[in-house]
Design a protein around this ligand. Structure first.
Ligand SMILES: Nc1ccn([C@@H]2O[C@H](COP(=O)(O)O)[C@@H](O)[C@H]2O)c(=O)n1
Length: 596
């Protein structure tokens, strides 16, 4: 772990059920390779994970069984270790490569920007040669300008110990927000291609392994499942998914299941399968039998599952990776303090609006104070921001260089159009916040597809969850259903069950390795609006409409519904040139949150 990481809480643990074939799975790590430095439940780093995987492999192979390590993308954007270097990612990629990964895929975040996807092609794919798969992603090669697969479409391999014959794929969901140097083919079209059809007709296969940056419960995985099943009615299929930042496990049929393993290096997913046939012959056991576990990423869990302790656990390689992370953090000055937050501000732990909501803070203070600019004149304005632009809670205390990127990693800037009727702006807000009902229907009809605007976890969780005050011990908690975290080490009760993930999935409520009490989750709207330069006594007739540039396509669509004839792409002007949302937040913190 990192020198500043809090010691883990000794939560009661459920064991791992080691099987014939075993998996460790990460997804949506978003640069958090240093682990969580303010949360004991997730305070192990990538170096510890390197040690953990090595010990697990040794232990499992000693029993003549197999272990595979999977990562399903969104390794980038979301933490100072990735975002604060110039160019972005130079430190992160160097750290990442030290883990042995058997199957790796790209997420959507690897494709938002040209330089990110080119770094995947030129650095990460070669580092993970033979493991990185891209079943539905092509890229214009920066040198030849030819459209080429980002990585091989699939692979067939045989496990080391038992000779289990596996055909593996690596998918991305039907993403359309990629920069135009990459092409993401819809999953539903990809599976009709000859190479896929040939791969699933291979009779010498004991398991289809579908890794992907795709939600476990999604039309894309349903389509792959149906296609494989139409040809191979009883070959086991193991899906690994991600994107929604949740822990999840679902059963497609008695021989096909999907696991999703959370986000931000909080979770290492574990799966085991028994009863698989091998190249030696069919299985004699009834099967397959699938078992899943969500491991909290901390040393208490790692020591328990390996049967080791603080002296015997770290491998030389793991220690070196932890050291490399610490050196990188120092070089990037991630602990540099810009201000001090006077209280915790939550994404979803409190209802919105609320004095402790990060969105209320943004609306009433940060945006309202920061978006006045004489270039626009001094008339009233409304600023619209998507809630998904904010990625993490803010904890009371030092607001560091790392915090800046953790809460707002994107390079989104602001644009504006002048003189929009205020009632039309309110209609637009209504449409944006009803996106699931209205805009999605429109998108289905037009076969278009847009990302969601709210935090990813809301895609799967459609209602509030209010934890029982007694059960939750009234400890500060976190921002999504099932997330169980203690934000600050100082608030930790010793030897107690503490708040954290309490996942419910298709196999029940016993998936989490650490036994926790639950945490409340409140949904937030897709977008919030801040009033800028508004005199409380004046009735608003027309306002300037300021918006974060990421939402421009949604705004265009919402304006159509609101019967507002504005072409935002043409008529919108850049606002606060050169300033991103991240800059705006940081400037505000420096000016307003002095440390005592
Ligand atoms: N430039 C960006 C990119 C993304 N977002 C928000 O993040 C969501 C996607 O995040 P995942 O980790 O789930 O892939 C997206 O739907 C947006 O809400 C953004 O605000 N700006």
């Amino acid at each position: 772990a990192q020198p500043a990481a809090p010691a883990p809480i000794r939560a009661p643990l459920r064991d791992l059920d080691i099987g014939q074939l075993n998996f460790l799975h990460t997804t949506d790590t978003h640069g958090w390779l240093a682990g969580h430095l303010q949360e004991p439940s997730f305070s192990a780093d990538w170096g510890d994970y390197v040690s953990f995987a090595a010990h697990m492999r040794e232990k499992i192979e000693a029993q003549g069984r197999d272990l595979l390590v999977i990562d399903t993308g969104d390794r980038v954007e979301g933490n100072g270790l990735y975002d604060s270097s110039e160019p972005k990612g130079v430190y992160l990629r160097e750290i990442l490569r030290h883990q042995h990964v058997d199957v790796m895929t790209s997420g959507n975040h690897e494709l938002y920007k040209q330089n990110t996807s080119e770094a995947e092609l030129l650095v990460t794919v070669p580092c993970f040669k033979g493991s990185y798969l891209a079943s539905n992603i092509d890229i214009y090669h920066p040198k030849t300008e030819e459209l080429v697969p980002l990585a091989p479409r699939y692979k067939k391999f045989t496990t080391k110990q038992q000779g289990i014959r596996i055909v593996a794929f690596g998918f991305l969901f039907d993403f359309t927000g990629n920069y135009n140097n990459t092409v993401v083919q819809r999953v539903e079209e990809t599976i009709k291609e000859d190479w896929f059809q040939e791969a699933i007709r291979d009779k010498e296969v004991d398991l289809f392994l579908v890794a992907g940056h795709v939600p476990a419960r999604s039309p894309e995985y349903k389509a792959i499942f149906t296609e494989i099943r139409s040809i191979r009615w009883d070959t086991p299929i193991q899906f690994f998914g991600g994107h929604e930042h949740i822990r999840d496990y679902t059963k497609y049929d008695s021989k096909a299941v999907a696991l999703a393993s959370g986000r931000f290096m909080e979770t290492v997913g574990f799966m085991s399968i028994d009863g698989l046939s091998t190249s030696e012959g069919p299985s004699t056991a009834a099967g397959p039998v699938f078992k899943r576990r969500y491991i909290d990423n901390n040393l208490h869990s790692y020591y328990h599952h390996t049967g080791l302790d603080e002296d015997s656990f770290p491998t030389e390689k793991g220690r070196n990776v932890s050291r490399l992370i610490a050196e990188s953090r120092n070089a990037l000055q991630l602990d540099k303090i810009h201000g001090c937050a006077p209280r915790d501000l939550w994404m979803s732990r409190v209802p919105y609006p609320h004095n402790d909501s990060v969105y209320t803070w943004l609306e009433k203070q940060v945006l309202a104070d920061s978006l006045e600019d004489e270039s626009r004149g001094d008339g009233p304005a409304v600023a619209i921001l998507n809630t998904g632009a904010i990625r993490f809670d803010i904890f009371e205390g030092p607001f560091t260089q790392d915090t800046t990127w953790i809460i707002s990693p994107f390079t989104n800037g602001f644009r504006y159009v002048k003189d929009v009727p205020y009632d039309k702006v309110q209609l637009i807000m209504e449409v944006l916040n009803q996106q699931t009902k209205v805009m999605r229907r429109w998108m289905d009809e037009t076969d278009d597809h847009l990302d969601s605007l709210g935090p990813p976890a809301q895609l799967e969780h459609t209602g509030d969850v209010i934890a029982d005050a007694d059960e939750s011990h009234d400890w500060p908690a976190f921002d999504m259903v099932g997330t169980q975290q203690i934000p600050l080490a100082a608030k930790k009760p010793s030897g107690e069950i503490v708040p954290g993930y309490t996942t419910q999935d298709d196999a029940g409520d016993d998936g989490d390795d650490s036994i926790h009490s639950p945490i409340s989750f409140y949904r937030v709207p897709n977008c919030i609006q801040a009033l800028v330069s508004v005199n409380a006594s004046t009735a608003l007739e027309t306002v300037d409409l300021i918006y974060i540039d990421f939402i421009e396509p949604y705004l265009t669509l919402a304006a159509k519904f609101a019967q507002l004839d504005v072409d935002f792409a043409k008529e919108g002007k850049v606002y606060l040139p050169g300033k991103t949302m991240t800059d705006v937040i940081l400037d505000w913190v420096k000016a307003n949150w002095k440390c005592e």
